[in-house]
Design a protein around this ligand. Structure first.
Ligand SMILES: N[C@H](CCC[C@H](N)C(=O)O)C(=O)O
Length: 257
């Protein structure tokens, strides 16, 4: 049976999007999801996202990494899904939807999506890195030579090494540009390579930088390989709330297979 597929990208983090409101997509076929994400034999993407009906909210988000496995929250994917929902006429300029990490609010205007992320109440601080969960797990560490280092080799060593092991984590390398501007490169679990941006990743970097005093305002600009994202937040007694991931989400193409 022919199926229409859409391709969206949010600052270079790209996704196959499927309108699964009729529940026709075979969600258990890991091999097929990985095939659709394959950049040679399939459509090619960092992940695949299903838009599904929800009893009380605008829609439900189901996210798969490029390896075909369902995974934790995808911030850029959430932003792209809001743009996709608008394109389908499911929403107009705001959305409330359910994802694996809970309910998210979002707005969309002129191609820019603002996505509220979950509150963060724990940021673990170690000698040379920080660890926190912004809907997905993130290891954050400074890297002076951000422009020219082997992120795939360095990232996978951390992702598969102790204490993360097989379950893994996403790995963010950060360099302060100035004041509230940081450059970030991310190795993503489940893609097992660098992605051009990672939404939950830049959110983790912004909150981590604030927690160690490297960011003294509550709005950060994150320069990623695929463009720029902003993260805004409020913080009270170590609880980060009203966290928003802000940036563009763009339709690349649609087609039938
Ligand atoms: N690879 C991540 C999920 C997608 C995160 C990323 N694409 C984002 O924008 O947040 C994980 O398995 O934890």
């Amino acid at each position: 049976m022919q199926q229409t597929f859409y391709k969206y990208q949010g600052t270079g983090n790209d996704f196959v999007m499927i309108d699964n409101r009729q529940q026709t997509f075979d969600k258990n076929n890991t091999k097929y999801v990985a095939h659709l994400c394959d950049r040679r034999f399939g459509i090619g993407a960092d992940g695949l996202i299903l838009l599904e009906n929800h009893d009380t909210l605008d829609f439900k988000m189901v996210y798969y990494n490029a390896d075909g496995n369902e995974s934790s929250m995808c911030g850029n994917g959430g932003r792209c899904l809001v743009a996709f929902a608008k394109q389908l006429g499911v929403i107009s300029n705001k959305a409330v939807f359910e994802a694996i990490d809970g309910v998210h609010h979002a707005t969309i205007a002129n191609g820019i999506v603002r996505l509220q992320m979950q509150d963060v109440d724990t940021i673990e601080r170690y000698d040379k890195h920080l660890f926190l969960n912004t809907g997905s797990p993130h290891h954050v560490q400074f890297e002076e030579h951000l422009e020219d280092f082997d992120i795939k080799a360095q990232g996978s060593k951390i992702r598969y090494g102790a204490p993360y092991n097989e379950a893994g984590t996403n790995v963010n390398f950060v360099k302060k540009v100035k004041d509230d501007i940081f450059a970030v490169r991310t190795y993503e679990r489940g893609v097992e390579d660098e992605t051009l941006s990672c939404g939950t990743g830049v959110t983790a970097v912004a909150l981590a930088m604030h927690s160690i005093g490297e960011l003294i305002t509550n709005l950060a600009t994150l320069k990623v390989q695929g463009g720029e994202l902003q993260v805004s937040f409020e913080v009270e007694n170590g609880l980060y709330k009203n966290v928003w991931l802000i940036g563009p989400a763009t339709l690349v193409f649609s087609g039938e297979i």
